[in-house]
Each structure stands twice: as C-alpha cells, then as structure tokens.
Design a protein around this ligand. Structure first.
Ligand code: PNS
Length: 174
C-alpha cells in the first residue's frame, strides 16, 4: 500500500523555502531579533545557526547562546535554533536551506558581507545570500556594544530582551 502521508511530507519538505540566519549571537540583540522576525515571514522555515568556534573568544558558550535564542524566539513557530561548526554553506546544505540571511546595518558592514556572500556563492552556487537592512532603531547596535556597555555597568535594557539582559549581567557579576 502506498504511504501517501509519507509521500506528501517528502514533497512538502522538497518545496519548503528554508533559510539559515547564521551568526555568533554573543549575545542575541534586539537587532538580531528584528531580523529573525522579519525573515521568518519570508521563508517557510528559518534556522538560526549559532557558530561554535569563531576567531573571537565568546562570552557565552555555544550551548548558552542556543538556549538564550530559543528562549526569545519561542513565539515563532517556524524558527529553529541550532549550533554549527565549520563552513556555513555545509551547514546550510545540511539544513536543506537555499538561502542565507544576513542583516546589513551600515555601509561599514558591506565590504565584509559582500566578500563572505561571494565566497559562499563560489563554494555553493545553489545557496544565495539575502540581505535585510536593519531596522533604523537598531542600526548602531551590535553584540560587542552590548558587552562593552554591560562591562562598565551601563543600562542594556534597550539593546536586548529582559532574559538576555539578566544573563549578561550575571556574566559580569552585576
Ligand atoms: O555574527 P557574525 O560573527 O558576524 O557571524 C559571522 C558568521 C558566523 C556568519 C561567519 O563567520 C561564518 O559563516 N563562519 C563560518 C565559516 C564560514 O563558512 N566562513 C565563510 C567563508 S568567507
């Protein structure tokens, strides 16, 4: 007997538009959350990919960052959070994604992002990078700014979600 349910599920998986939103997210900011919310509406499924090993020494472990993001995206039914190591395009293929989403804040981001997207496209021509311009409210914002302000006792409540703020302050014993 043909398993039509299985065939239908397979066909649906093959037609789903899946995107990966990669980053260090150390920690996830309101700017990241804005990109997650907007891109989750553009794709059937959005997978937030947390880079485990980067050249920067992170404040939060990959597991902490994944759990932190899971805590702030729970309202979006089509968003998943996973960690990855190695090449982004390999992770995207593993996720069956055809697109990578990146946020562009200002012209200063452009050169690095262009180089990365072109390199990724040479390695994996089947995967495209989609840029979303950051909401103007968060154009100045980065994870580094959050850490810098928190380290010196400043208020980060306008930069991150309350639960993320709590965890950042805990790291700095505040
Ligand atoms: O939040 P970030 O640190 O700007 O994110 C950078 C990230 C994770 C997207 C980038 O470093 C990355 O994709 N790293 C994985 C290794 C890789 O595939 N590099 C791209 C070849 S240029």
């Amino acid at each position: 007997m043909t398993n039509y349910k299985g065939v239908w599920a397979f066909a649906r998986l093959n037609t789903m538009r899946i995107a990966v939103y990669p980053g260090s997210f150390d920690p996830v900011t309101l700017g990241h959350m804005d990109i997650i919310e907007r891109s989750s509406k553009l794709f059937d499924k959005l997978i937030v990919g947390v880079l485990v090993n980067s050249s920067k020494v992170p404040l939060f472990s990959a597991e902490e960052r994944v759990n932190m993001i899971k805590g702030v995206v729970s309202e979006y039914a089509n968003v998943e959070v996973r960690s990855f190591d190695g090449l982004l395009v390999e992770f995207a293929r593993l996720c069956k994604a055809t697109a990578v989403v990146r946020g562009l804040r200002a012209v200063t981001d452009f050169e690095y992002e262009l180089q990365m997207s072109q390199t990724n496209h040479i390695i994996a021509p089947d995967i495209d990078t989609i840029f979303l311009t950051t909401n103007l409210n968060y154009a100045y914002l980065s994870s580094s700014v959050v850490k810098e302000v928190a380290r010196y006792g400043g208020d980060i409540s306008k930069f991150v979600a309350p639960e993320v703020r709590r965890q950042v302050l805990e790291k700095y014993n505040r």
